[in-house]
Design a protein around this ligand. Structure first.
Ligand code: FAD
Length: 315
């Protein structure tokens, strides 16, 4: 006899997508558990200002997701701190075995809402100086560089936007761009060019950082000539890395279609190619990764799971 805990629905991830799915699953009366490995609220917990969630003119990320969690729990949602280590589907029964570090669930449906984590740039000292100068979150760590110099690695929209955000604190912000052009939207690029605190070093990479407890030396490479040169800084500087994100899709790699950079491909009902397996939020391929779209995905995924279980919801 299996000792697995039986559920109608297991939601992997307790960020906005997972919490929204939990709210809709409760209202559809599905026996559901939401599993979160780190912090309920996901990436939003680390976001100091949220100005673009409709109906909430201005808030900090923690308050917003705390309200989502309370709303879900008030409706009876069960949220458990567990790391999901594997998901497999029994072809005969169609049931999913969802293993965590301490137990196993047998689920009729699963929603994968694990989000995405920042990609590393790969320079020497990157991991060693994480939290001591290397950061992946301008809103979280920008204030530690008030009046100082910071470098931002990346040429896309988020790098450009975060560089602009960092000008609120830093004295000087230099964007380090591997190629000879930016991939940011024209309007963002224009703002960067017009900001007296920002400059851009094209065709440049950071190859290493070092220092006594903070970053006091950076080695750069000119990607055109391959020449390397170092710069020293009296005060510790910041190196903010925005070179993309890695979606938490490895868990379901064999069950879903993924695009070239690992995002899960789903249809507008959040259905993947595996019946009963749904996806929501930043982990899926989509044009806009925000709280509002994550919440929307979660609502649709839970509604689709309910329909899959024979309880369609009229909209
Ligand atoms: C610095 C920063 C600022 C931002 N500012 C804004 C903003 O102002 N407005 C806005 O709309 N959006 C903002 N965003 C984007 C927004 O945070 C995301 O779009 C949103 O959080 C996506 O929600 P999600 O639930 O899909 O993923 P996440 O928030 O990433 O949540 C996924 C959760 O799944 C968990 N998880 C992953 N794998 C497992 C596993 N195996 N087992 C258990 N749990 C797992 C993770 O721990 C995480 O808690 C910001 C993002 C960042 C990084």
């Amino acid at each position: 006899m299996s000792s697995a805990i039986e559920k109608d629905l297991v939601i992997v991830g307790g960020g906005p997508a997972g919490l929204s799915a939990a709210i809709y699953a409760q209202r559809a009366m599905l026996d559901t558990v939401t599993l979160e490995q780190e912090a309920v609220g996901g990436q939003v917990v680390l976001t100091s200002d949220v100005d673009n969630y409709p109906g909430v003119p201005h808030t900090d990320g923690f308050s917003l997701v705390d309200a989502m969690q309370r709303q879900a729990e008030d409706l009876g949602a069960q949220i458990v701190m567990e790391n999901v280590s594997s998901i497999a589907r029994d072809e005969e029964t169609g049931l999913f075995a969802v293993k965590t570090t301490s137990c196993e669930y047998e689920a009729k449906t699963v929603i994968v809402a694990g989000g995405a984590t920042p990609r590393k740039a790969g320079f020497e000292g990157e991991l060693e100086y994480a939290g001591k100068g290397v950061s992946y979150c301008a809103t979280c760590d920008g204030m530690f560089f008030r009046g100082r110099e910071v470098f931002v690695i990346g040429g896309g929209n988020s790098a450009a936007e975060e560089a602009l955000f960092l000008t609120r604190f830093a004295e000087k912000v230099t964007l380090i761009v591997r190629k000879d052009h930016l991939r940011a939207q024209a309007a963002v690029a224009e703002k960067l060019n017009n900001n007296p605190k920002t400059s851009i070093r094209f065709l440049t990479s950071i190859v290493g950082v070092s220092g006594e407890g903070s970053i006091q030396r950076i080695t750069f490479r000119n990607n055109e000539t391959s020449e390397e040169y170092a710069e020293e800084f009296e005060q510790g500087v910041g190196v903010f890395v925005f070179v993309g994100r890695v979606p938490a899709s490895e868990l379901v790699a064999n069950l879903v279609e993924r695009n070239g950079v690992g995002y899960v491909v789903a249809n507008e009902r959040m259905e993947t190619k595996t019946p009963g397996l749904f996806v929501a939020g930043d982990v899926r391929e989509k044009p806009l990764r925000q709280i509002v779209t994550a919440a929307s995905d979660g609502a649709i995924a839970a509604t689709s799971a309910s329909a899959y279980l024979g309880h369609p919801v009229d909209s």
